[in-house]
Ligand binder design. Structure first.
Ligand code: ADP
Length: 248
């Protein structure tokens, strides 16, 4: 019987590609409502960890549980998404030729039949949700613009907004501030903190100023395992972390 209070529970997860251990007995606990930052040098296993959580990669061994009741290693990607785990990849995949608002409407209605969806009128409930998401993602003044005309940072926010349209309990965010201006980076930290008031978040990021601004518990991955965990000040003062980042 599984009785863990964790939202997400990874234990001794290993993944090998052609004999190379991308994840090596990785363990991670995420409390309900928590936001966690994942850092680590290139090749540390961050992407593979996200792939395992979302069902894109099946681990060779180990436990991956959601809400203490769902064994994610037995589910495929769509089933895991339906459970309430949303993932934002690094590269935005918005519909460039549609307005910001229509992108959000599609995310609410499901993207399977875009033209039928857009021809149908939105309900007042949907209009309210879209207004909320536009506010959260700082896009209220850009709702009528084509997504293709947005800045890189705004496209990232729109993509986060489209994930919010699917109402995930846990949001996985892959390098959200790569390529953003300093102002956009600071706003993204605020935006994720706002989202974290109602949802759990795991964010993989290289930008240390951004991770500091998030002000959350940090997990440092190295060679497929957890090297250190704690506040950003704690982990950046840890000699093993310094060694991994500087000693090569
Ligand atoms: P990170 O995201 O921290 O940079 P990754 O999870 O992408 O690390 O990669 C961890 C290691 O696993 C890397 O050495 C990478 O080359 C290897 N790897 C990742 N995916 C595959 C794959 N599909 N096939 C072979 N090797 C892979």
């Amino acid at each position: 019987v599984m009785s863990t209070p964790n939202l997400l529970y990874l234990d001794a997860v290993s993944v090998s590609f052609d004999g190379f251990r991308a994840l090596n007995a990785l363990s991670l606990l995420l409390a309900p409502g928590e936001m966690r930052a994942i850092i680590g040098p290139n090749g540390a296993g961050k992407t593979t960890m996200m792939d395992v959580i979302t069902g894109k990669t099946r681990p060779d061994s180990g436990v991956v549980e959601f809400r203490g009741t769902h064994d994610l290693t037995r589910l495929d990607e769509p089933a895991i998404a339906r459970l309430g785990i949303g993932r934002k990849f690094q590269k935005p995949t918005v519909f460039e030729k549609l307005s910001v608002r229509d992108n959000l409407l599609l995310s609410l209605k499901g993207k399977r039949r875009p033209f039928a969806v857009l021809a149908a009128r939105e309900t007042s409930h949907e209009a309210g949700l879209i207004a909320d998401i536009l506010r959260t993602t700082r896009l209220s003044d850009h709702a009528a613009r084509l997504a293709g005309a947005l800045s890189h940072g705004q496209k990232q926010w729109l993509e986060i907004g489209m994930l919010l349209g699917q109402d995930p309990e846990l949001l996985l965010v892959d390098e959200p501030v790569a390529g953003m201006t300093d102002a956009e980076t600071a706003q993204t930290a605020e935006l994720l903190r706002e989202i974290n008031r109602t949802r759990s978040v795991v964010v993989v990021e290289h930008d240390m100023d951004f991770v500091r601004a998030l002000n959350v518990r940090v997990t440092v991955l190295h060679e497929g395992s957890v090297l250190a965990e704690g506040s950003i000040d704690e982990v950046s003062a840890d000699p093993r972390v310094v060694e991994v980042y500087l000693g090569r």
